[in-house]
Design a protein around this ligand. Structure first.
Ligand SMILES: Nc1ncnc2c1ncn2[C@@H]1O[C@H](COP(=O)(O)OP(=O)(O)OP(=O)(O)O)[C@@H](O)[C@H]1O
Ligand SMILES: [Mg+2]
Length: 223
């Protein structure tokens, strides 16, 4: 795909609830290119998480459309496969499988890809090493620190080398040291893989590090 074609286009996107009484998102339009880091800002309830959910196919719009690499998400028949191919999610509160070690959690997205077990293991171990988590690979999520868990969540989001990372307040429960670590890992991924990173955040450090801002208010884009 040429650099001139946006990786992501969002056109007149709306998500209403309760028969239109709640306009979580209301006619939002923008485009973003591969390799960009975009901060999604605005007050609580302005629609940031709603927008990320629609782009990640966790929710369906009331109106409008999202295209990824030129394909309208309305035509995606297998959201799970689409996410595996294109999307990595990082949430504020990691969703790790409690009964699996960090290594197994990070490896899990690769199981759906037809990789040999040894290759999966190697890739997951390498990714944990990049997050400085090698010594924690065999631990369950409950037995590591919050910062370590969140770094493992980033490792899991990046393991399938997605072209779009959707991060919803990824450093919300971290101290400033771990905040910087997680932020830098996301930025490094955007730069090295040419991925688009969309980060919903209230954190000024993250907002400053982004290439540009998209600011929402009451479900609408601020000019
Ligand atoms: N299922 C739902 N039913 C009704 N209203 C909803 C639903 N989901 C979200 N909303 C409302 O839509 C609005 C946007 O919510 P959203 O979670 O996208 O905000 P946000 O910008 O992520 O806020 P925060 O910064 O607090 O995470 C809010 O007013 C929220 O209460
Ligand atoms: Mg939110």
């Amino acid at each position: 795909m040429s650099d001139a074609v946006p990786l992501l286009t969002v056109e007149e996107l709306s998500r209403h609830h309760d028969g239109g009484a709640v306009k979580a998102l209301d006619g939002v339009t923008f485009a973003a290119r591969a390799g960009e880091v975009v901060a999604l800002t605005g007050p609580s309830g302005c629609g940031k998480s709603t927008l990320l959910s629609l782009i990640g196919l966790l929710d369906q719009p009331t109106r409008g459309r999202v295209c990824v690499a030129g394909q309208s998400l309305a035509t995606v028949r297998q959201p799970g496969n689409f996410r595996l191919q294109y999307i990595g999610f990082v949430f504020q509160f990691h969703h790790m499988v409690a009964t699996m070690t960090l290594l197994e959690n990070v490896e899990a997205p690769l199981i759906a890809l037809s990789l040999h077990r040894a290759e999966r293991r190697e890739r997951a171990s390498d990714m944990l090493a990049q997050m400085n988590l090698s010594s924690r690979a065999g631990f369950l999520p409950a037995n590591v620190s919050g910062g370590e868990r969140q770094r493992a969540a980033v490792a899991r989001a990046l393991i399938n080398r997605p072209s779009i990372i959707l991060a919803d307040e990824p450093t919300g429960n971290l101290d400033s040291h771990n905040n910087t670590i997680v932020l830098n890992l996301l930025l490094a991924h955007a730069r090295s893989q040419g991925a688009l990173v969309l980060i919903a955040t209230h954190n000024p450090e993250i907002a400053r590090a982004a290439d540009r801002h998209i600011e929402l208010c009451d479900g609408r884009l601020l000019a």
